[in-house]
Design a protein around this ligand. Structure first.
Ligand SMILES: [Zn+2]
Length: 124
């Protein structure tokens, strides 16, 4: 199915053609249309919905128990977090990168793929 972002959108204020822009908020990629004439912008509704779900999860504090299994330790990752990104569910039985990012902070990387921003796209 074609994404609505493929379409050319006209500004409902001045009828000018809008520019398609990819913007980054909280490390989250959001597409939007921008009218340079009146500085009005519209976020992609799907991206905005996903961003809001992300923000809700990000602000939520989960508590998990650390368990000892042989010489290692394990934790359970809450279902809500795994279900949020397809990438997480696909990672079952995959090797993940894990690193001690700072004292008392452990990070798990579900993907080594980095989303690239094309030249000319703004960052805010
Ligand atoms: Zn306009």
């Amino acid at each position: 199915m074609e994404d609505i972002f493929e379409n050319t959108v006209l500004c409902n204020n001045c009828n000018s053609r809008t520019d398609k822009i990819i913007t980054i908020k909280d490390n989250f990629q959001l597409r939007k249309w921008l009218c340079k004439k009146c500085n009005k912008e519209w976020y992609h509704p799907g991206d905005l919905q996903e961003y809001n779900e992300f923000k809700e999860l990000k602000n939520r504090k989960f508590q998990v128990k650390l368990r000892k299994v042989g010489n290692s330790h394990t934790i359970s990752i809450p279902r809500e977090i795994i279900q949020f990104e397809e990438e997480f569910e696909k990672a079952i039985n995959e090797l993940l990168d894990i690193s001690l990012e700072e004292p008392r902070k452990l990070s798990i990387y579900f993907s080594r793929r980095i989303k690239l921003i094309k030249p000319g796209e703004e960052k805010d």
